[in-house]
Write a protein that binds this ligand. Structure first.
Ligand code: HEC
Ligand code: HEC
Length: 299
């Protein structure tokens, strides 16, 4: 073998190696991406697959700290909480009474012993009988502004509404979507046949409630008004004897509820009979059905 032949063979070998390496890389890089991730566990039949299906998740009450929110959305979450707790300061144009959201949704809805909003973002959209339609949280929140706060509804694309929506979502972290967290349901009524007696309720009010809510029920520095110009209006959920009585029985006096169901029904009837702002409808309550819903007869 002469020198030239050896040199030629070595060059060929090097070229072949380079080509081989190129082939390997080429096929590795251009290997098609799987369109769907392969299932982690492959069942042997329907029975086995069913046995491996994860159990439905139970909602657990565990609202995360506001400070732990992702950096980019944290300022809006913190603002949402401030709107809930200091509503008049942060949303003055939309509040028509002396109340704040937190007066009924304690700790901005983060408490369990209140009309809790923990999980509310997983619960909605929800069919609402009042509107005969499925409503999202912006629409639901507008209702509380117009009725419970005797004010005006912020627009869905306003900073106030967007901050509230972002806030609800954060405090609902970890709650399975479309679950109905048991703590976030205010029972429709006390299952009690007692006939509400406003006269007896007047005494309950004087004995139990007036020390915080004021002799005249118009509120004090330590508790919000129950009626009068500064209270919720007569379109609010709380103006129903059934809603008020459930709320009073479960949560009042604050931190140490003590009423019997009969007392709660009586004091609810008394509150219902007191003067309060009138709800003035500024727009139709129902969503206009321009398009018939699938399966719905054309009107
Ligand atoms: C006078 C008491 C009161 C005030 C003040 C109030 N709400 Fe409500 N809110 C209610 C009642 C009652 C319900 C209905 C609860 C139910 O039926 O489970 C409700 C329901 C809600 C819901 C839906 C909860 C659910 O689980 O369906 C949201 C969201 C809400 N309120 C937000 C607000 C916001 C935001 C404010 C302040 C702008 C506010 N509320 C002020 C009484 C109040
Ligand atoms: C120890 C003081 C205290 C007593 C007593 C008390 N409350 Fe309250 N109540 C509060 C406070 C404070 C709030 C608002 C909670 C908040 O903002 O965190 C409140 C909120 C309410 C609300 C919702 C907000 C509103 O003003 O409409 C109702 C309704 C209510 N109380 C009814 C009653 C009734 C009825 C009684 C008597 C059976 C009663 N409370 C006794 C302190 C009290």
């Amino acid at each position: 073998m002469n020198q030239a032949k050896l040199f030629f063979s070595l060059t060929l070998l090097v070229l072949l190696l380079i080509f081989g390496a190129w082939l390997v890389f080429f096929f590795q890089w251009s290997a098609p991406m799987p369109r769907t991730a392969a299932p982690a566990v492959v069942g042997t039949g329907t029975g086995a697959a069913a046995a491996q299906a994860p159990a439905p998740l139970e909602p657990v009450f565990n609202p995360p700290a506001l400070e732990d929110a992702p950096e980019k959305i944290r300022p809006m979450i913190l603002l949402g909480y401030k709107i809930m707790t200091e509503t008049k300061k942060y949303a003055p144009e939309y509040v028509g009474n002396d109340m704040a959201c937190t007066n009924c949704h304690f700790d901005g809805g983060r408490s369990k012993d209140t009309i809790s909003l923990v999980g509310v973002a997983a619960k909605y959209p929800l069919y609402r009988a009042r509107r005969e339609y499925t409503a999202d949280l912006a629409l639901r929140t507008q209702g509380c502004f117009e009725r419970s706060m005797n004010g005006k509804a912020p627009a869905p694309d306003s900073q106030i509404m967007q901050s509230l929506l972002v806030y609800y979502q954060w405090i609902s972290k970890g709650i399975p979507i479309y679950s109905n967290p048991p703590w976030a349901i205010l029972a429709h009524h006390l299952e009690n046949d007692h006939k509400p007696d406003a006269a007896a309720g007047k005494k309950v009010f004087a004995d139990v409630c007036s020390r915080c809510h004021g002799e005249d029920g118009h509120g004090t520095p330590i508790a919000p008004p129950l009626w009068g110009d500064g209270a919720y209006n007569d379109g609010a959920g709380m103006d129903r004897i059934r809603t008020f009585s459930v709320f009073a029985w479960r949560f009042m006096p604050k931190s140490s509820p003590s009423l019997t169901q009969e007392q709660a029904l009586d004091v609810a009837a008394f509150a219902k009979a007191q003067p309060r702002p009138k709800f003035v409808a500024t727009h139709p309550n129902k969503i206009e059905r321009v398009i018939p819903l699938p399966g719905e007869a054309k009107q």
